[in-house]
Write a protein that binds this ligand. Structure first.
Ligand code: C2O
Length: 378
């Protein structure tokens, strides 16, 4: 059973979510297949003379925010089933993360694709952001456009970056109760935890709010960063997580024993807990599924998702720089695992893990930021 995904995108079903009746974003996450249907072509990385530079979100200029916001607005205005539309882009995450696709080429297979809690986590999201960034660049007619990263491993980045916030206004009567209006900022999302708006310091350690002292939180955050990037990440197996043992055990039904298997911990050291905790911290805990960021099916609807994952992706590059022994998994299964997606020219393409191990070859890198956790003493 190859770790390949999916053979034919038409073998796609509604996403599995915990409370389907309460789903605010819907469970129909399958992309529209091309007409007439064709098999995805293997994607070739274009040669890029100069890498795009992904900036830290807390340091971007007003001009950058305006451009980015404009591009998101444009994405939101595209036809719903246009592969470049806001909704279709969000649904990519839902499909790959909530068991929509069948693994392999057997239509009757009961195995579904779920790229989390496994060594597919880093490469899948790298490719997801790669096309997302190129689509935005195309809308902006700017092929230097680069996504921002949420620098949560540095004290100046340990809160929701200002660019994702909306001003408080009351459109009808400025003296009356003010609200955050999403129409003021397309990077804002109303489905977030109102207790975690800036300048509240985030907590990279806990799923529940345990303490709120900012200095203590920064201290704990830097400690866990060092631990998860160094002590607990001394080989590819621990940093990337386990290969999804073939076959990837995600049957169509949700019997209790199946769910138990799902929660087997095979995630890498950044995916869990840090990455998961940031999702949970950002989403709205009053909603049954914690939309948007608190559940994989809806996370892609919050623009901050892409900044969160840019920083997750940046951790992959930093981990490799920490020690020359730090390298990607070497198994053929991992190298040849693949994903299917529409590229920035709306062509259906297949991309491989082996082609995403070098960000410079992919045409981007990260603006430097100090790494205060590197030798942090806890
Ligand atoms: Cu695919 Cu941060 O989740």
């Amino acid at each position: 059973y190859p770790m390949t995904a999916p053979d034919d995108i038409r073998n796609c079903f509604d996403a599995h979510v915990e409370h389907p009746k309460h789903s605010l974003r819907g469970v129909h996450c399958c992309p529209k297949p091309p007409e007439p249907y064709y098999k995805p072509k293997d994607y070739m990385l274009p040669v890029i003379p100069k890498p795009r530079i992904r900036p830290a979100a807390q340091r971007v200029t007003a001009k950058y925010i305006k451009d980015y916001e404009w591009a998101i607005e444009k994405m939101k205005s595209l036809d719903d089933d246009d592969p470049h539309s806001w909704n279709q882009q969000a649904k990519i995450h839902c499909a790959y993360c909530n068991d929509a696709y069948i693994q392999g080429n057997n239509k009757d297979s009961k195995y579904r694709i779920q790229i989390h809690s496994s060594s597919l986590f880093f490469p899948f999201h790298r490719w997801y952001l790669y096309f997302y960034e190129r689509i935005l660049g195309k809308l902006l007619h700017d092929d230097t456009f680069a996504l921002p990263y949420w620098n949560w491993d540095h004290p100046t980045g340990m809160m929701i970056p200002g660019m994702y916030e909306a001003a408080m206004v009351n459109k009808h009567d400025p003296k009356k109760k003010k609200e955050r209006d999403p129409r003021n900022n397309h990077l804002f999302d109303g489905y977030r935890n109102v207790k975690h708006l800036p300048p509240v310091t985030m907590d990279l350690n806990h799923f529940e709010d345990t303490n709120t002292d900012p200095a203590m939180l920064v201290h704990q955050n830097l400690s866990i960063m060092r631990r998860q990037m160094k002590e607990n990440a001394q080989s590819a197996r621990f940093f990337f997580g386990k290969d999804p043992s073939p076959p990837n055990p995600y049957p169509r039904t949700s019997e209790p024993d199946v769910l138990a298997y799902r929660h087997e911990q095979t995630a890498g050291s950044i995916e869990s807990p840090i990455h998961n905790v940031v999702h949970n911290w950002t989403g709205n805990p009053r909603l049954p599924m914690g939309e948007d960021m608190g559940d994989f099916y809806s996370a892609g609807y919050d623009p901050i998702f892409f900044a969160h994952h840019a920083n997750v992706d940046r951790m992959w590059t930093i981990w490799k720089d920490l020690d020359h022994k730090n390298k990607e998994p070497k198994s053929d299964d991992w190298l040849n695992a693949s994903y299917v997606s529409y590229d920035e020219n709306r062509e259906l393409v297949r991309v491989y893990n082996k082609d995403c191990v070098d960000t410079i070859r992919m045409g981007y890198k990260y603006e430097d930021s100090p790494i205060p956790w590197k030798d942090y003493k806890s």
